[in-house]
Design a protein around this ligand. Structure first.
Ligand code: HEC
Ligand code: HEC
Ligand code: HEC
Ligand code: HEC
Ligand code: HEC
Length: 463
C-alpha cells in the first residue's frame, strides 16, 4: 500500500474515471462496472455510504492525488506544510536540541510527542508518539500530506490545540463542497473553519504556557466577528484580502480525461503563504511618518509621529513561533550625509526597546540596532532567563506584538544639531526577521536575512 508504483497509480485513476463515467452512462458501462464495483468503485458517492466503506488500511501519499488534482499538488509542494518535517530549522530544534534532553527530563516527552503530531502527523499516528530517528517516518507520507488534512474529521477536547486531531485513513475525502456529486466527496464543515487550522496553530506546553496562539489571536479579532476564516486569507489567490475581500481561484477542482468536469466558482489555493513568503510579509503593515514642522532652526526640537497599522494580518504580527520572530521599527536621520539613529524614547517597559531587555546582548544584539522599538514576545524559562526553546517556557514576561487591525502610535523627538545645514531627511523602517542569528548559531543552521516590510521618509529644511 505504501509503495505505489506509477503503474499502479495510473490503474487507480483509470478505474476511478470509469466509475465516474459509469454514473452518466449506466447502460453502456454497467457490465464493466459490476466487476469494478466489487473492487471498491462505488466509493464516496454519498456521504452516508462513505462512512461505512471508509476503512482503507493506510493514508495515501500526495502522489496519489496528482493524476486528478495536479495543480493543487504543485501548490502544496511549495507550502511549508509539505516541508514541515524536512524543514532544517525544525529538524535541528527537534533532533539536536530537544531529543537529547528527553532522558533527563521526562516532562518533555509530551512536548516531543506533540512536535511530531503537528510536524509529521502520520509518523505520530504510526509510532503512537514521538520518533527518535528520521528513518521512522515514511518519506512520501512525511510532513503534512493531502490525505492527512482531508481525513481530519474532529478534534479531541474543548478547543483545537496541540495537534489534537481525530483523523483516520479512508476512501472519502472531507472538503468544502456541499453538493455531493462525485468521487470521494464528503462535505465537512470543520474543513471550512479556523478551528481546523487551530488544531496545529495553537499550543500550550507542559508548563501550561500558551506558546503558540495564532488561533486565539484570530478568535479575539474583528475577523472572527466578521466570519473571515484563516482559509479566506491563506487559501485565496493572494494570501490576504484585497479591498477587504478574498479573491479566490475558480475552475475545476479535478481534471480528468474521462468523466464530468464541474466548474467551481471558488477554489482554494494550497500554497499557504506565511512567514517564509516575501509576498506575504511585504506590505503586511502600513507605516505613516509625519513631522510637526517642515522647517526648523539648528538646536530646535522636531517631533515625529509614526503610525503603524496592522491592516493585512488576521492575527497578531508577528504570530506563530512568536518567540523566534523579530519585528522592529528603526528611525534614522540623515544630516549632511551623516546617519544618526534616533532611539525610541517612550518605552515604559525594558523589553520594548532593543538593547534594554536583560538578554538582548546575547540574543538580538547582532541583528537589531540598539534603540529600535521592538514588537515582540519574551518567553522565560525556569531560571528566569529568556528562552527561544518555547517548550521550556514557564511564563510569557512581555508581549507588545501588534494585534489584528491595531493602530500603534509612536512619538519621537530629534534635536537639530547646532552646526547642521540644508535638509534633514528622516527615514522610518519596519523590519522583520524569522529568527535571530544567535538561534541559528546555537542550532548550527543557516542565518536568515531581515526583510523590510515598510518604509517612510520626511524632510525638514534647516532655517
Ligand atoms: C493543511 C491542510 C491541507 C492540506 C495539506 C491539503 N489541503 Fe486541500 N484543502 C484544505 C482545506 C481546509 C480546504 C477547504 C477550504 C475551505 O473550505 O475553506 C481544502 C480544499 C481542497 C479541495 C477542494 C477543491 C478546491 O480546489 O478548493 C481539494 C480538491 C483539495 N483540497 C485537495 C487537496 C490535495 C490534492 C492536497 C495535496 C496536494 C491537499 N488538498 C492538501 C486543507 C488542506
Ligand atoms: C481519479 C481522480 C481523482 C484522484 C486520484 C483524487 N481525486 Fe479528489 N476529487 C476528484 C473529483 C472528480 C472530485 C470532485 C470535484 C468537484 O466536485 O468539483 C474530487 C474532490 C476532492 C475533494 C473535495 C471533496 C469535497 O466534498 O469537498 C477533496 C478534499 C479531494 N478530492 C481530495 C483528494 C485527495 C487527498 C486525493 C489523493 C489522496 C485525491 N483527492 C485523489 C477526483 C480525484
Ligand atoms: C496537522 C497540522 C496542521 C494543520 C491542520 C494546519 N497547519 Fe499550517 N502549519 C503546520 C506546521 C507544522 C507548519 C510549520 C511548518 C514549518 O515551518 O516547519 C505550518 C505552516 C503554516 C503556514 C506557513 C507559516 C510560515 O512560517 O511560512 C501557514 C500560513 C499555515 N500553516 C496556515 C494554515 C492554515 C490556514 C490552516 C488551516 C486551513 C493550517 N495551516 C492547518 C501545521 C498545520
Ligand atoms: C485577514 C487575513 C488573515 C487571516 C484571517 C489569517 N491570516 Fe495568517 N497571515 C496573514 C498575513 C498577511 C500574514 C503575513 C504576516 C506575518 O508573517 O505575520 C500571516 C501570517 C501567518 C503565519 C506566519 C506568522 C509568523 O509571523 O510567523 C501563520 C502561521 C498564519 N498566518 C496562520 C494563520 C491561521 C492559523 C489563521 C486562522 C486562525 C490565520 N493565519 C488567519 C493574513 C491572515
Ligand atoms: C500545535 C502544533 C505544533 C506543535 C506541538 C509544534 N509545532 Fe513547531 N510549528 C508549528 C507551526 C504551525 C509553525 C509555524 C508557525 C509560524 O510560521 O510562525 C511551527 C514552526 C516551528 C519552527 C520554526 C520553523 C521556521 O522555519 O521558522 C520550529 C523550529 C519548530 N516549529 C519546532 C518545533 C519543535 C521542536 C516542537 C516540539 C517541541 C514543535 N515545533 C511543536 C506547529 C507546531
Amino acid at each position: 500500500m505504501l509503495n505505489w508504483g506509477k503503474k499502479n497509480l495510473e490503474m487507480t485513476i483509470k478505474r476511478e474515471e470509469i466509475c465516474l463515467l459509469w454514473k452518466d452512462n449506466y447502460l453502456l458501462l454497467s457490465l464493466i462496472c459490476v466487476a469494478l464495483l466489487m473492487s471498491g468503485c462505488a466509493s464516496g458517492q454519498s456521504q452516508q455510504s462513505s462512512q461505512a466503506q471508509s476503512a482503507v488500511a493506510e493514508f495515501e501519499s500526495s502522489t496519489m492525488c496528482r493524476g486528478c488534482h495536479g495543480k493543487i499538488v504543485e501548490q502544496h509542494e511549495e507550502s511549508m506544510h509539505a516541508k514541515s518535517f524536512s524543514n532544517p530549522v525544525f529538524q535541528a530544534q527537534y533532533f539536536r536540541e530537544l531529543l537529547p534532553q528527553l532522558s533527563q527530563h521526562q516532562d518533555l516527552k509530551k512536548d516531543a510527542d506533540k512536535c511530531i503530531a503537528c510536524h509529521d502527523p502520520i509518523a505520530f499516528i504510526r509510532n503512537k508518539g514521538h520518533i527518535t530517528n528520521p528513518q521512522q517516518t515514511i518519506q512520501n507520507l512525511s510532513g503534512i500530506v493531502c490525505d492527512f488534512c482531508h481525513r481530519i474529521s474532529a478534534y479531541k477536547g474543548e478547543q483545537p490545540e496541540g495537534g489534537n486531531f481525530i483523523a483516520m485513513p479512508g476512501e472519502s475525502k472531507f472538503g468544502p463542497f456541499k453538493h455531493a456529486s462525485d468521487r470521494h466527496h464528503a462535505y465537512h464543515e470543520l474543513q471550512t473553519k479556523s478551528e481546523f487550522c487551530g488544531i496545529c496553530h495553537n499550543d500550550v506546553n507542559h508548563e501550561g504556557v500558551e506558546i503558540k496562539s495564532t488561533f486565539t489571536e484570530w478568535k479575539e479579532s474583528i475577523y472572527a466577528k466578521k466570519k473571515i476564516h484563516c482559509q479566506d486569507c491563506h487559501m485565496n489567490l493572494q494570501g490576504f484580502l484585497t479591498d477587504n475581500k478574498p479573491v479566490f481561484d475558480s475552475g475545476q477542482a479535478a481534471s480528468m480525461t474521462l468523466g464530468p468536469n464541474y466548474k467551481r466558482n471558488k477554489l482554494y489555493t494550497h500554497k499557504f503563504p506565511g512567514a517564509h513568503a516575501k509576498t506575504q510579509t511585504a506590505d503586511a503593515l502600513m507605516l505613516g511618518l509625519s513631522v510637526d514642522k517642515s522647517d526648523a532652526s539648528p538646536g530646535e526640537d522636531v517631533a515625529l509621529n509614526i503610525h503603524i497599522f496592522n491592516k493585512k494580518v488576521g492575527h497578531s504580527m508577528p504570530s506563530g513561533s512568536a518567540d523566534l520572530r523579530m519585528l522592529w521599527l528603526e528611525l534614522i536621520a540623515n544630516v549632511d550625509g551623516k546617519i544618526i539613529s534616533i532611539p525610541a524614547t517612550s518605552g515604559k517597559d525594558a523589553y520594548d526597546v532593543a538593547g534594554r531587555g536583560g538578554f538582548d546582548k546575547e540574543i538580538i544584539a547582532a541583528d537589531v540596532p540598539e534603540g529600535s522599538r521592538m514588537f515582540r514576545s519574551i518567553y522565560l524559562d525556569r531560571e528566569g532567563k529568556q528562552t527561544l526553546s518555547s517548550y521550556n517556557a514557564t511564563r510569557i514576561a512581555f508581549d507588545n506584538r501588534l494585534k489584528a487591525e491595531e493602530l500603534r502610535k509612536e512619538r519621537y523627538y530629534y534635536r537639530i544639531p547646532k552646526d547642521a545645514r540644508g535638509v534633514v531627511t528622516f527615514t522610518a523602517r519596519v523590519n522583520y526577521l524569522r529568527y535571530p542569528s544567535s538561534f541559528a548559531r546555537s542550532l548550527g543552521i543557516d542565518k536568515t536575512e531581515p526583510v523590510e516590510l515598510a518604509a517612510a521618509k520626511k524632510e525638514v529644511r534647516i532655517r
